[in-house]
Design a protein around this ligand. Structure first.
Ligand SMILES: NC(=O)c1ccc[n+]([C@@H]2O[C@H](COP(=O)([O-])OP(=O)(O)OC[C@H]3O[C@@H](n4cnc5c(N)ncnc54)[C@H](O)[C@@H]3O)[C@@H](O)[C@H]2O)c1
Length: 248
């Protein structure tokens, strides 16, 4: 199947990294399904991609709700055909979520805010598409994680990091389970990106070997490779995209 016949579901693609990935895949001819919890953002993103000559459809729903995700993905597959590529991108690290707390100070009621989207969201969306990918004998699942899920940090992101690590480890097991069906499952682990607030980013930039924050293009290029046929022998892996930070 050529790339023009493929369909990708990208979660949280109404803005930020997910939107950049959606534009990148659409420019290659992939039909992109733009998920976001905010219907207006999903629709605006889909329209922008269509205006640029791509194939796009808004797919607004809350990825933390298992029944909703299973029903919405079934409806999408009935409408547009099977989902060949899933980009588990939605997460809460960016603009409004850096004000987290040390674990000892965080009330347990806050945990779900991070585990819901970063772990349950990935479980739900992956569950919804995996059988179809196996039946069709081709699939790509890419989970956008964070270096906070790979290394310990003292920036008050322990619950977020734990949820990201859980989702990343799901990909490793999944890769073993679905490899024989032609489906790969990988992780792109991001360092600090250029959409975080200046006061947070400023002091960190000088610690990054590349001396800059990451961009949507950096993410899109990595995801583009992992979705390609050329990456069919790469599965269960984590690709850090971090400007050289944490070279482990
Ligand atoms: N920005 C960074 O510095 C950074 C660093 C490391 C990892 N990451 C990860 O990269 C990914 C993309 O980050 P970003 O900065 O582009 O995010 P962002 O906050 O800019 O965008 C996230 C999008 O997800 C949507 N969303 C939120 N909850 C949702 C839900 N329940 N269901 C569906 N959509 C929902 C939001 O409406 C928003 O449009 C995330 O997984 C994030 O954790 C980001």
């Amino acid at each position: 199947m050529s790339i023009e016949q493929k369909t990708a579901l990208i979660t949280g693609a109404g803005q930020g990294m997910g939107l950049g990935v959606a534009h990148h895949l659409a420019a290659q001819g992939v039909q992109v399904l733009i998920n976001d919890i905010d219907p207006e953002k999903a629709e605006a993103a889909a329209q922008a991609i269509i205006a640029a000559g791509g194939k796009a459809l808004a797919a607004p729903f809350d990825i933390t709700k298992t029944d909703t995700v299973l029903a919405q993905v079934k409806q999408l597959e009935d409408e547009v055909g099977g989902i060949d590529i899933l980009i588990n991108n939605a997460g809460n690290a960016g603009n409004n979520a850096m004000g987290q707390l040390p674990f000892k100070d965080m009330p347990p009621e806050h945990w779900d805010m991070y585990i819901g989207i970063n772990l349950y969201g990935v479980l739900n969306c992956t569950k919804a598409v995996i059988q179809g990918m196996c039946d069709r004998g081709w699939g790509r699942i890419i989970t956008i994680s964070s270096e906070a899920g790979r290394v310990g940090l003292d920036i008050n992101v322990s619950i977020y990091g734990a949820a990201k690590a859980g989702a990343a480890h799901l990909m490793r097991h999944l890769a073993r389970e679905v490899g024989p069906y032609g489906v790969t499952a990988n992780v792109v682990s991001l360092g600090l990106m250029d959409n975080v607030p200046e006061e947070f980013a400023g002091p960190v930039i000088k610690t990054i070997p590349a001396r800059r924050l990451g961009t949507t293009e950096d993410v899109a290029e990595a995801v583009g490779y992992l979705t390609s046929d050329g990456a069919s022998w790469v599965t269960g892996q984590t690709l850090p995209v971090n400007g050289g930070s944490y070279a482990i």
